[in-house]
Design a protein around this ligand. Sequence first.
Ligand code: FES
Length: 154
Amino acid sequence: MPDNKEKYAQLQEAIAKHKGERGAVMPVLQEAMNIFGYVPQDVQEMIADGLGTTLSEVYGVSTFYSQFSLEPKGEHVIGVCLGTACYVKGSQKVLDKLSEELKIEVGRTTKDGKFTLNATRCLGACGLAPVMMIGDEVYGRLTPDQVPEILAKY
Ligand code: FES
């Protein structure tokens, strides 16, 4: 696909730009996210080759930071806040319930491509804790019991 060719060319440019910098993997992965929307295996390989580092290093960085995803994003991206205010009000339980309902781990996308489940830092709505976002929609004062009903809307 010509479209993809262009993306790979952009990636090569990003690699060339950061090559030789300390910690170049991070900014190049960020650029890869902007270009592709996720970081597939062949892109990780290109980054490793291009920067003269190992695939395991690139993979390590991309799995450590939640802003990088290794698969295409789902139609609806869910972000559950694990910031302090939300955490103390039980957001982990909400996250666990979502994970159970959607049958996916955090950071993954459902098989039908409908939902991606992420944990996030403070969303700036601590007064509504615990908070999650689905796309641009904010849900506050959540309990795990509300999860199925909310998911059913999508
Ligand atoms: S800690 Fe969750 S919105 Fe601030």
